[in-house]
Design a protein around this ligand. Structure first.
Ligand code: FAD
Length: 239
């Protein structure tokens, strides 16, 4: 178990980890590697490279591994355990999706957020929440990564991509490069380009930019989080 996972581990989580590994093992019929290797300049190419080891990259890599595509690599510029928005710049207490959200579990109940949360905090705590606190969601992703056991290189920032008929070359800031058959961009919000504030005060009638979520002085309405850059600003509307 990685040191970030050990930090929040307890006997229930240790038992869940044992169980989920056993269940994944029971369902491992179609996980045998089957892709015929391909070479470039005498070096074996990756079958799939994924930029971004946030939830999308992790779950995709795990799903591919479960289908026998094992020659893959995730690259992320953030340190291990701090991928994505959850403990970097997000400020909301909870994630917005309902706690019953599924998908990352790949249909294995013991890999679900509910199983993880109940193991970490107990079933009563799960019953008491409506949405998952973002720090627990990040802990879930850290645990998930330890279960998925897919190769991730952290601290690697991709700065350029080139391709030809034979494959894709991925260039990192430190000068290293990776050759792959297929490249997936799972770069999340960062993949949208530069950070911009889409609207500024005065652009629309009634638009107010506030620093914290509290009732707007001008309209008396409670500001609703905007869809973009919600960790940095919230927009209130008079409607
Ligand atoms: C407060 C808050 C609450 C949210 N709540 C929800 C919710 O409830 N439900 C929901 O679906 N979504 C929610 N979101 C949106 C959330 O950001 C995404 O759903 C989720 O993070 C997407 O995961 P991802 O793996 O696609 O991208 P991310 O989690 O953003 O991960 C992308 C990764 O790519 C890496 N990366 C980017 N560019 C490079 C590069 N050039 N080189 C190397 N690595 C790179 C980054 O370091 C990052 O780790 C919320 C967002 C915020 C801020």
């Amino acid at each position: 178990m990685s040191s970030v996972v050990q930090a929040f581990s307890n006997p229930r989580l240790t038992e869940l980890t044992r169980r989920v590994r056993a269940e994944l093992d029971m369902l491992s019929f179609a996980t045998k590697p089957w892709v015929i290797p391909k070479f470039h300049d005498g070096r074996k190419m990756l079958d799939v490279a994924i930029i971004g080891a946030g939830q999308s990259g992790l779950v995709l890599a795990h799903a591919l591994k479960r289908r026998g595509v094992t020659n893959l690599l995730l690259l992320d510029r953030n340190p291990a355990g701090f991928e994505g928005v959850w403990e970097t710049y997000a400020r909301n207490h909870e994630i917005r999706s309902p706690k019953t959200i599924t998908g990352s579990d790949l249909g294995v109940p013991s890999l679900s957020i509910q199983s993880f949360f109940e193991a970490k905090h107990g079933p009563e705590a799960w019953a008491a929440i409506k949405r998952v606190p973002r720090t627990d969601w990040m802990d879930y992703l850290r645990w998930y990564r330890s279960i998925a056991d897919v190769p991730v290189e952290n601290g690697v920032e991709v700065v350029d991509i080139d391709y030809d008929a034979d494959g894709v070359t991925v260039m990192a800031r430190d000068g290293s490069s990776y050759r792959t058959r297929i490249l997936v961009l799972a770069t999340g919000m960062d993949g949208g380009g530069a950070w911009v504030v889409p609207l500024s005060p005065g652009t629309l009638p009634g638009l107010t930019v506030v620093k914290r979520k509290r009732p707007s002085a001008s309209t008396g309405t409670r500001p609703k989080p905007s869809k973009f850059g919600s960790s940095a600003l919230s927009c209130s509307s008079s409607g």
